[in-house]
Design a binder for this molecule. Structure first.
Ligand SMILES: Cc1cc2nc3c(=O)[nH]c(=O)nc-3n(C[C@H](O)[C@H](O)[C@H](O)COP(=O)(O)OP(=O)(O)OC[C@H]3O[C@@H](n4cnc5c(N)ncnc54)[C@H](O)[C@@H]3O)c2cc1C
Length: 361
């Protein structure tokens, strides 16, 4: 707890020298000098104000499933957003869901499925908090947050004013947003509002998911939403993409790299390079906004980093080449493995892989 002599803030919980590895899904990160847990907007504001007075840098944390802290930890205040609240309200043809940033995302997805509401069924099982979902516009199995997001309530860290940002103002893109890009570290998301549809057909646009329902045989209505949620959870478990204390491959941040999207010129150069390799490789490719998406997992494996590869205390998941796993190593080892993979993919295919998690320095 707080050392004597320091002005002790009253409203939020403040702890000292907290191992960040205990607050991250990949179980990495040295100590946070201070960890503040804020349960409402007033506490967030008070914490920011206090940290400013102390001259301490602030790092926002949700569930810790997409963030990588250094082994040295964080020499300021890690502000964990724990704002509760989950409200469903009926409109004429849809339902609005307003959720506090500290709620579990999968809790929201489960509650929506239980009500037969369509819109987030394919995002079932994504770990972490509601407040982080707009940060990288979470997506899976052909659905993304942008499909249902109405608005984000957020607090400006500079002015301590709150604002409601409509979906169009959030700069959402493939695994990105203004919160991860131009406005990184500017806003603290307090709550989000989604619009979901009752009785809507579940989204089965993703071939691997559709294959779980041969002949398109999804039950009608609520049962269909529940069935798709279960199928997504099943698929995710098979790839260690749900957090499971019994599954060492789930000690990760999920995908470590985003799938590269190549414009026409880059795609032609990539295809030429693959042809010149002359070993009959046939890279999968998917049409995407802005070009053609090449699965990073394919590039990683072909560049010499197969599933199950270990390097020191870290490695490539035995289930999915896109996930790097901590088997008892360090952030330094993990970053070194990631750099080796990036260098090998660039050397072999001329393609740059971007990191998906937020890296704290
Ligand atoms: C096993 C596994 C599977 C995964 N599968 C997927 C997947 O299918 N699709 C996908 O998109 N992601 C996936 N992820 C990544 C991750 O779960 C999501 O990005 C999730 O939204 C992160 O939530 P979090 O609360 O844990 O965020 P954190 O890791 O705590 O934070 C991530 C970033 O968001 C910021 N942040 C957190 N909360 C707030 C807030 N309230 N206001 C402002 N900024 C905030 C943090 O500062 C940080 O920059 C997976 C991760 C794991 C471990």
């Amino acid at each position: 707890m707080i050392s004597s002599g320091m002005s002790v803030p009253t409203s939020f919980t403040l702890l000292e020298r907290v191992p960040l590895a205990e607050h991250t899904s990949i179980r990495l990160g040295g100590p946070a000098r201070r960890l503040a847990v804020c349960a409402d907007e007033a506490q967030v504001r008070e914490c920011l104000d206090w940290a400013r007075g102390e001259g301490a840098p602030v790092q926002v944390l949700g569930g810790g499933s997409n963030i990588l802290f250094p082994d040295s930890g964080f020499a300021g205040v890690v502000l964990k957003v724990g704002i509760p609240g989950l409200e469903f309200s009926e409109e004429s043809e849809s339902w609005l869901v307003r959720a506090g940033a500290g709620e579990s995302w999968d809790g929201l997805a489960a509650a929506a499925a239980a009500r037969g509401l369509q819109g987030v069924e394919c995002l079932s099982g994504i770990p972490g908090s509601v407040g982080a979902t707009p940060v990288q516009n979470v997506g899976a199995y052909g659905q993304e947050l942008a499909d249902t997001l109405v608005s984000v309530s957020a607090l400006d860290r500079e002015t301590l004013e709150t604002a409601v940002l409509d979906r169009g103002e959030c700069g959402l893109g493939y695994r990105t947003s203004r919160f991860k890009g131009v406005d990184r570290d500017r806003w603290i998301i307090l709550a989000i509002t989604l619009r979901l549809r009752p009785g809507g057909r579940p989204a089965l646009g993703y071939p691997e998911l559709a294959a779980q329902f041969p002949g398109g045989g999804v039950p009608e209505g609520e049962a269909g939403i529940a069935a798709v949620r279960e199928a997504v959870l099943r698929l995710r478990r098979s790839k260690s993409m749900v957090l499971d204390p019994g599954d060492p491959d789930s000690v990760s941040v999920g995908s470590f790299f985003t799938n590269p999207i190549l414009g026409a010129e880059a795609l032609a150069a990539f295809r030429k390079r693959v042809r010149n390799e002359g070993d009959g490789m046939a890279p999968p490719a998917f049409t995407a906004v802005g070009g053609t998406k090449i699965p990073a997992a394919w590039l990683i494996e072909k560049a010499g980093f197969p599933k199950g590869l270990r390097k020191g205390g870290v490695g490539v998941s035995s289930k999915h080449a896109l996930a790097l796993v901590n088997y008892g190593g360090s952030t330094a080892e993990l970053r070194s493995l990631a750099s080796d993979i990036q260098a090998a993919v660039l050397a072999r295919f001329g393609v740059s892989l971007e990191l998906e998690p937020v890296v704290v320095r």
